[in-house]
Each structure stands twice: as structure tokens, then as C-alpha cells.
Design a protein around this ligand. Structure first.
Ligand SMILES: [Zn+2]
Length: 489
């Protein structure tokens, strides 16, 4: 399979709405037709009469089949839109005196993990809340920092500036790492800053970017936890719960809660391993702890909980490798040019070397049939990447970007390593990169399924629930009304 056709197929897989088409009604009726004509066996003499009766019968059967189908179709369509027709508006608050959104991220929670084992607590949120039926679509590249920051800013990485977990600023030569907290890296306006700018309270228990001082947000003590991966998950949940013991006016309106699992395990063992199942069960227990704590405070039904992941996970193995040194007969790509190998190949050649020449020669080599796994890598000038990736408008994105098929990795040179594990970062149209969107609370319909959408929509969703004016972003202003219930009058 050539990379071209692979990209076309992933493109066609990228259908954020109407994922599941209803069965073709004409096919359904055809089968009824066939059955009924088989069952009628008219004698020759009264062919016309019998034919007429048969036609009437067939028409009746067809009509009833059609109406049955229509009933099924529309009832399922309406259950997609709202399972409870009585539920026309958001449910009123009793104990809380303002809306609250608790945004939870379970890192690397691939869509479908919720079925790996019994997850009674996650399923309680699903059954009584609103779920993206075929998962939440991450942004490209499907990496942790770019995605977490897209979720809270509504911006694609090219616009919020966190274009990878590690990158180089081409103007200054400075290196961004996941520990860089200087505001200059973090563009856009994250939700906690939006709240602070409105004079409202937010509390972050870890989220990429939350420690960065921006606008009115100065990462206030006790409301902004500095990242420390060794803090037990229980402690994080309990701290978040403690904010709900504040006087009603002082309860933060927006809170974040972050868990490293099951991404942590996924990188070591890939998505299909008992360790993942156990990690998913562990996350479910944390959701259970949270629900219990909220119920004890009598506010479980009043807090809008939005549970998401940042991306999915796919299995990798060291036989699925592409080596840049194999391209030497066409073009040398030295280590110094490469800013990132996998799963986003990012190359910045030195001044004087035309990126377009490098791209042409690399693709010539990759397509020659002489480079091992060459067909699984397609190299682009960033301005020629598929526009749906929105990965162009930033100096920080190097001029050459390679898209790697899911599960493959790019390395510089051959080694004797024989490892299998998991990775993410690939094209966001790839289904294995999808994650979850599960929302529960007074603003969300119960048992509702909505089509998949991109995570840049979440910023507007949160500001709509909180009824505050958000910053401009890449999400749609009309999107929230398709997800949340209108305010109670
Ligand atoms: Zn992640």
C-alpha cells in the first residue's frame, strides 16, 4: 500500500459526523420483496388478480417495513439527539450557587479502553451523561502537550505554540521541553486564564501549561499544583474534592484533574496488555472515589464533569522501523537536521539547503522499493501537508514534516534493539489515536450519544457552561449548543 493511498484512506476515515450510516432502506425493502414473492405462488389462470393482490400485499409489507424502519431510524436518531424528550433544559442547581466544570484527563485513554474491563464508575457517567459515541478526535500531532493545551485553549498547536513535546525556537535557538514554564512558549488563552481575567476562581491539579503565569493567572498557591508525577492519584482526587468544602461563593468554577495512566503503561507494553486493563480499572476506581466524594457532599448531580483523554495508543515493534540512513543514496539526512523522529518526523535543514530538494529526494528514496518500510513514511513540505492537520502556521514547525503510518517508527540508523511497546503522535485521522469524551452533570443530557468531534471544541463548551465570554479560538461558537442543554429559565 502506498503512502498516498494510505493517506487517502485515513482521510476518508476522518468523518467527525454521521459515523454510522443507517442500513440502506432500498436494500431492506428489496429483501422483503424477494421474500414475499417467493412465498406467493400464483396459479396461471387468475394471474392478473393474484398479481394485483400480490402487489397490494407486497406494497403493504413494504410500507410496514418502511414505517418500521423509519420508526427505528428516527427513534435511534432521536435517541442520539436526546434520549429523554422531557429533558429540554439544564437541571437547576440547589447547593451550588454557580455552574462548575471539572475537567478530567486520563492520559492516553484510547477510545475503547472503557470496554477492556468492568468500569462501573465510568459507565455510570456514560449512562447518565453525554458521550462522543465514537470517541474524541485529538489534534495533530497526537502528543500529550499539544493536545492538553488544545483542549484548554481551543486552538490548534500551530496557533497555541506547543507544536510538539520538544521543539526548538528557530529565532532564538532555545529549546522547549515539557518543563518549560516561561509564558513566551505558551500562546493563546487557557481556560484558567480566561476565568482569572473575569475575576473568577479556577483550580488546577496538574495540566500542561497550568503552572505558566499568563494574564491574570499567576498559578495561585493551593489552587495550582506544580507537576509532580509521584503524587498518588487518591491524593489528587481528595484535594479536588476539598475545594467543594469551601463556602459556596468560593468554590472554584473550573477545575482540572490529571492522571498519567494509562499512557504511562501504554508506552511500555502497547495498548493490548493486562497492564493496560489494570490501569483502566485503576482510573475507574479514581472516578468512583470522586463520585463518592461528590455524593457525600450532595453535589454529584450539580457538578459538570468532563472526562477526556489527550490521545490514543497503538502498538509498535522494532520490526516496524524506517531508518533515515537508508536514504543516503538519495539524500543524506544527518542527525543535526532532525528535530523529532517519531511519530512526527520533523526536519530543519541548514540555510542553503532547499527543503523542497530534501523532500523530493527523500520521497524518491522512500518510494524506490529499496528502502525497508519506505512506503510507510511520506515526507512533506509543511505547507503541503493535508490542510485538515492545521500544522503549518507557526515558525516553530520545521519546514519538513514526515507522516508515519500508525505503529511505525523512524530512527536514524539500524540497531540490534528488538523491543515492542506503544506510541502515539500519528495522524489524528487514525482511529487508534482517538480518545474519550464523557460528560455528566446538570448541563448534559442523560444517556445521550453525540458524534465524534475535535478537542478544540471543548474550550467553547466550558465557557458556554460557565456563561463567560471566551477568547477567540479555532472551535465553533455554535458547537456547544449541540452538546449541552440550554440554560434553565
Ligand atoms: Zn498523553
Amino acid at each position: 500500500m502506498s503512502s498516498d493511498s494510505a493517506l487517502t484512506s485515513t482521510k476518508s476515515a476522518y468523518v467527525p459526523t454521521q459515523e454510522e450510516e443507517p442500513p440502506n432502506p432500498s436494500t431492506a425493502l428489496l429483501s422483503f420483496d424477494t421474500d414475499s414473492s417467493d412465498s406467493t405462488n400464483p396459479p396461471q389462470k387468475s394471474t392478473t388478480t393474484i398479481l394485483f393482490i400480490t402487489m397490494v400485499l407486497v406494497t403493504c409489507v413494504a410500507l410496514s417495513a418502511a414505517s418500521a424502519f423509519a420508526f427505528l431510524f428516527f427513534s435511534s436518531a432521536s435517541s442520539s439527539a436526546s434520549s429523554n424528550s422531557l429533558e429540554l433544559t439544564a437541571r437547576p442547581l440547589n447547593k451550588l450557587n454557580h455552574p462548575v466544570v471539572l475537567l478530567i484527563s486520563s492520559d492516553g485513554f484510547r477510545f475503547g479502553y472503557q470496554f477492556k474491563t468492568t468500569t462501573p464508575n465510568i459507565h455510570r457517567l456514560i449512562a447518565n451523561g453525554t458521550e462522543a459515541e465514537t470517541g474524541l478526535i485529538p489534534v495533530f500531532p497526537t502528543l500529550t502537550f499539544p493536545n492538553h493545551y488544545s483542549i484548554v485553549t481551543g486552538l490548534y498547536p500551530a496557533y497555541h505554540g506547543i507544536i510538539n513535546n520538544h521543539f526548538v525556537d528557530p529565532r532564538t535557538g532555545e529549546v522547549f521541553t515539557m518543563r518549560s514554564h516561561e509564558p513566551k512558549w505558551w500562546l493563546g488563552e487557557p481556560l484558567w486564564e480566561t476565568l482569572a481575567n473575569h475575576g473568577l476562581k479556577a483550580a488546577t491539579y496538574f495540566w500542561p501549561g497550568s503552572e505558566v503565569h499568563k494574564g491574570s493567572w499567576n498559578c495561585p498557591k493551593d489552587f495550582c499544583m506544580y507537576y509532580n508525577g509521584s503524587v498518588p492519584f487518591e491524593e489528587r482526587v481528595d484535594k479536588v474534592l476539598s475545594y467543594f468544602d469551601f463556602p459556596a461563593d468560593e468554590i472554584p468554577m473550573f477545575l482540572t484533574l490529571y492522571f498519567e495512566d494509562p499512557d504511562h503503561q501504554g508506552h511500555h507494553v502497547g495498548p493490548d496488555d493486562p497492564q493496560i486493563t489494570e490501569a483502566v480499572a485503576g482510573i475507574d476506581r479514581m472516578i468512583g472515589r470522586l463520585i463518592d466524594g461528590l455524593e457525600k457532599r450532595g453535589i454529584f448531580e450539580e457538578v459538570n464533569i468532563i472526562m477526556v483523554g489527550d490521545h490514543g495508543m497503538v502498538g509498535t515493534c522494532d520490526k516496524k522501523l524506517i531508518f533515515l540512513d537508508d536514504l543516503t543514496p538519495w539524500v543524506g539526512v544527518p542527525t543535526e537536521w532532525v528535530q523529532s523522529y517519531t511519530p512526527v518526523l520533523a526536519i530543519r535543514p541548514p540555510p542553503g539547503t532547499a527543503p523542497s530538494d530534501v523532500v523530493a529526494k527523500m520521497n524518491e528514496g522512500l518510494k524506490s522499493g529499496k528502502v525497508e518500510n519506505g512506503n510507510y513514511l511520506q515526507v512533506y513540505l509543511k505547507e503541503e501537508l493535508p490542510s485538515r492537520l492545521h500544522y503549518f502556521e507557526s515558525d516553530r514547525i520545521p519546514p519538513i514534516v514526515g507522516l508515519i503510518e500508525e505503529g511505525f517508527k523512524v530512527e536514524q540508523k539500524r540497531t540490534k534493539r528488538q523491543e515492542c511497546g506503544g506510541a502515539h503522535g500519528y495522524d489524528n485521522a487514525v482511529f487508534s489515536m482517538r480518545t474519550i469524551f464523557i460528560a455528566h452533570g446538570p448541563q448534559f443530557g442523560r444517556g445521550r450519544k453525540v458524534p465524534s468531534f475535535e478537542n478544540v471544541q471543548i474550550y467553547n463548551l466550558v465557557t458556554s457552561i460557565l456563561k463567560i465570554q471566551g477568547a477567540p479560538n479555532n472551535g465553533s461558537l455554535t458547537f456547544p449548543s449541540s452538546i449541552i442543554l440550554p440554560a434553565h429559565q
